[in-house]
Design a protein around this ligand. Structure first.
Ligand code: GUN
Length: 283
């Protein structure tokens, strides 16, 4: 039996349509549109594509996109001053500084400078702490989208065994926190984990976020498990995930494809966080 394919594109389209409806009502009531400021430093081609599509999606949802493109040789003081200006601007509900920044810049200092209550990426340590302690804040967009996709096939995650493969601040760690909050039993595995296939084989839920093409093999997957593939790896065969899809689809109960799985949910969740921020500030 082959797995159910979790259609992230369709879920994201529905979420974006719902947000657009809520944004229209917000505009009526507040007399302004929610605003998302996106800062891009330099001309990294992948980052430029992401920033362009974030801007388009923001406008399509009825929100204001405020884009700041700075030259690659921008210094820390200039970038920090821009962040301070955006922190103080009442028209800005969300601030996103596109990563990675050029190497000469202090990424930690920049992320710390963003007002946690405008940190729609959820990267500020205050928001990481809020997530870890169950307080309201902003949850990073990719793991938030993963949980939404998971719950579309498993409405109640209580008691399930989950393995998160990857321990990044942006995906692995917040993903683990979200699964704990859903009452899963969570293992966070990574490049130093011993006998990774055995760990993965025990899991009802596998979230793959290692950034290595086709890393997780089909025979690591427990029959019927739900597989969420966060990887986006460019190969000669095109874009592929961290899971060997052709193998895993024969074993899993449900699986996200790459592309068209988690990716589209990330931008939809960014729009959601921006709308939520506007409501908290001016609802
Ligand atoms: N670079 C790649 N993904 C992201 C993201 O979700 N947020 C930011 N700020 N930069 C990124």
């Amino acid at each position: 039996m082959t797995a159910t394919i979790i259609d992230g594109k369709a879920h994201a389209a529905r979420l974006r349509a719902t947000i657009a409806t809520h944004v229209a009502a917000f505009r009526e009531q507040a007399g302004r549109a929610p605003g998302l400021a996106v800062v891009l430093v330099g001309e990294d081609p992948a980052s430029s594509v992401y920033v362009k599509s974030k801007g388009r999606a923001t406008r399509e949802a009825g929100m204001e996109s405020i884009e700041h493109r700075l030259p690659a040789d921008t210094d820390d003081a200039t970038l920090l001053a821009l962040v301070e200006t955006l922190n103080a601007d009442p028209a800005v509900d969300g601030i996103l500084v596109q990563l990675p920044l050029p190497k000469h810049l202090d990424t930690q200092a920049v992320l710390l400078a963003i007002d946690p209550d405008k940190d729609v990426d959820g990267f500020h340590p205050v928001n990481a702490g809020r997530l870890a302690t169950g307080m309201p804040g902003f949850v990073p967009c990719t793991p938030l989208g993963c949980v939404m996709l998971l719950k579309s096939v498993l409405p109640d995650l209580t008691g399930l065994d989950a393995v998160v493969v990857g321990r990044s601040n942006i995906v692995g760690k917040p993903m683990a926190q979200l699964l704990i909050a859903e009452s899963c039993t969570v293992t966070v595995a990574h490049s130093r984990t011993r006998d990774l296939p055995a760990r993965v084989r025990q899991a009802d839920i596998v979230v793959a976020a290692v950034g290595i093409a086709n890393f997780i093999e089909g025979d690591w997957i427990k029959p019927g498990a739900t597989v969420i593939d966060v990887g986006i790896n460019r190969t000669e065969a095109g874009l592929v995930g961290d899971v060997d899809f052709a193998e895993a689809v024969e074993v899993a109960g449900a699986i996200t494809p790459v592309p068209g799985g988690v990716g589209p949910m990330t931008i939809a969740c960014l729009l959601r966080n921006t709308y939520v921020s506007a409501c908290r500030r001016d609802g």
